[in-house]
Design a protein. Structure first.
Length: 316
């Protein structure tokens, strides 16, 4: 009998790739999404679809009664700017939403939780890059605080109830299905503008760096993390893995790489920097390689080319 997994946020950019990965591995898959940013067409016909908010009684009952062995939690408020403007909404969605699901998971005797955390925001600013999992945690945005708080709740449930939990601290994920709207990543925004031949806007001087990891590599990390057996919990980082390349790329470099991939000629302009955003970020995924056997395989140039080709196909 196939294992059953509930993927929250499974109609979204990353979550839909995760759901497809589980289907390919032979899982029975249900997707729970409120479609606030996800797209119904991202959900495979082979997956059950449940339209619900993670804070709702419907979501709690879905996981309590669904016969799931795994909860893969990707649904979130994930825009740093929104968290700065409305930290109560951010906390309500990301923290209370998680607790609602965990209570349902307890009732439904769910064995494992794979949680989408963020290596880009839980560590805060530091010159000692790339960050290992043990790096100091000092988020500079409410979004980072909510992700780190969620990790602590998972560690507590692991100790209190024997839940097998793992947190994947993502670098900046990009790839096909990423929307250029809402909480979009810069790759999707730039790609969409390049397709229209409009200028690119870089906030700040463009020297800020990010670690860009392809969504297909992220999907593979989720698959191996699902099978991983956590050790005894002695620290928060025992249950966490960085998922990234360890390579810093400036926003200026990213813009030029995408322009090259698109074969376009557009103007690049700079606007004032935005509050709550890190200046530098990259994560060290050595632990994931050692314990999970996971390493990124997609080069940035190939990943950007595939992503731009997808954007062009969608527009067509």
């Amino acid at each position: 009998m196939a294992e059953r997994v509930l993927v929250t946020g499974g109609a979204g950019f990353i979550g839909s790739h995760i759901a497809d990965g589980y289907l390919a591995e032979g899982f029975e898959v249900a997707v729970l999404d409120n479609l606030s940013s996800g797209r119904r067409e991202n959900v495979s016909r082979d997956a059950e679809f449940i339209e619900a908010d993670i804070r709702s009684e419907k979501a709690r009952q879905a996981i309590a009664r669904g016969g799931f062995t795994v909860l893969n939690h990707h649904a979130a408020q994930m825009d740093v700017r929104v968290s700065v403007d409305d930290p109560m909404f951010d906390a309500d969605t990301n923290i209370m939403g998680l607790l609602n699901l965990l209570q349902g998971a307890r009732d439904g005797e769910v064995e494992r939780v794979v949680f989408a955390s963020s290596g880009g925001v839980v560590y805060g600013e530091s010159d000692a890059l790339p960050h290992p999992e043990t790096a100091p945690k000092l988020p500079v945005s409410p979004y980072g605080v909510s992700k780190l708080t969620s990790e602590y709740y998972l560690a507590a449930y692991a100790q209190m109830h024997g839940l097998r939990a793992v947190s994947l601290r993502y670098a900046n994920v990009y790839g096909p299905r990423q929307s250029p709207h809402g909480e979009a990543g810069v790759v999707a925004i730039f790609g969409s503008r390049l397709l229209r031949g409009t200028e690119l806007t870089i906030y700040g001087d463009g020297a800020q760096t990010r670690d860009y990891v392809f969504v297909g590599d992220v999907m593979r990390a989720n698959m191996v993390a699902t099978r991983w057996t956590p050790p005894g919990v002695t620290s928060l980082d025992d249950l966490a893995f960085n998922v990234g390349t360890g390579v810093e790329t400036t926003v200026n470099e990213l813009a030029q790489s995408l322009i090259a991939a698109a074969g376009a000629k557009v103007r690049v302009r700079h606007a004032p920097a935005r509050p709550g955003e890190l200046q530098r970020s990259a994560v060290d995924a050595t632990k994931a390689g050692k314990d999970l056997g996971w390493r990124p395989t997609m080069t940035l140039s190939d990943g950007l080319r595939q992503t731009y080709e997808w954007i062009a196909e969608e527009a067509a």
